[in-house]
Design a protein around this ligand. Structure first.
Ligand code: MLT
Length: 274
């Protein structure tokens, strides 16, 4: 779909049309479907927009979105600019923005690059710091592998690694759903996003300059972006609430959607009250 020359991201939209919207940004290597357990539990039928980030789900690929927003290299900034352009094209100029992991990196880029858009910020199972050299090298290796193999096999292990230790062997329904969502992604989109995440800067200082309502949420069994990463972000943000979800790993949205929905509902109420 093209809007004003911009390639719009495929976006799930539901709920009442006139309220302050909630924008949900998904993690890697998934798409907007990871949010559906949460959206079903949000109180008050809020307006929800859940885009597929560039190269995921049925959205245009990273290089096409980059070309449309004036970028060239894979970057989280391109993802954020693509989200902002998509929201503006949909008539949304202000929203509560929630991102899980990679979605959190995009949410922080939105705060820096499109501050007027962000009326409230929820950072779930994510981190504000950049990759260290080891993590960056590993990402680029994975990007090369999925590109060479034209397969997402190299990231399929995430179907269990993203879950808390307690859920890996017992929540086989979740393992199966994650497996299906990962297999549905295109390898070139996965590779582009890995390169984009490898290049992302430290955005802790961006959080320090943010003045709106915020919540930071993390599963206490998250091994990808653990509790100390959440505490680091809370330390930077002025007055952010920290929510620790017991018995959940990185995929709090699916391992334990009830407290996630409650935290997002509370943030929407705070942001709406202004
Ligand atoms: C995610 O869940 O989005 C990823 O674990 C993010 C990352 O690889 O840093």
């Amino acid at each position: 779909m093209t809007t004003d020359g911009m390639l719009a991201l495929h976006t799930l939209r539901r709920g009442a049309p006139d309220a302050l919207p909630l924008v949900l940004l998904h993690g890697f290597p998934l798409d907007h479907r990871m949010w559906l357990d949460v959206t079903d539990l949000l109180a008050g039928d809020p307006t929800v927009l859940a885009p597929d980030l560039p190269g995921f789900g049925t959205s245009p690929g990273g290089p096409d979105v980059a070309a449309a927003v004036g970028g060239t290299e894979p970057s989280v900034d391109v993802m954020a600019d693509g989200v902002a352009a998509t929201l503006h094209a949909a008539g949304v100029d202000r929203a509560v923005v929630a991102g899980l992991s990679m979605g959190g990196y995009v949410a922080m880029a939105l705060v820096e690059r499109h501050p007027d858009l962000v009326a409230g910020l929820a950072l779930l199972d994510t981190r504000s710091t950049a990759d260290d050299d080891g993590a960056r090298t590993q990402r680029l290796r994975v990007a090369d592998t999925v590109t060479a193999e034209l397969s997402v096999e190299a990231v399929l292990g995430m179907r269990t690694a993203l879950l808390g230790a307690g859920n890996r062997g017992t929540r086989l329904d979740l393992v199966e759903r994650l497996d299906g969502w990962i297999r549905d992604q295109g390898p070139l989109g996965v590779a582009w996003a890995q390169r984009a995440m490898a290049a992302r800067p430290d955005r802790t200082a961006v959080l320090a300059g943010y003045r709106g309502p915020a919540v930071v949420l993390v599963g206490d069994e998250d091994e990808v972006t653990p509790l100390e990463a959440a505490r680091h972000m809370v330390g930077a943000l002025a007055g952010a609430e920290l929510v620790v979800v017991r018995g959940a790993g990185h995929m709090t949205s699916n391992e334990s959607p009830e407290p996630v929905a409650a935290a997002l509902t509370a943030l929407l109420i705070r942001a709406t009250a202004g």
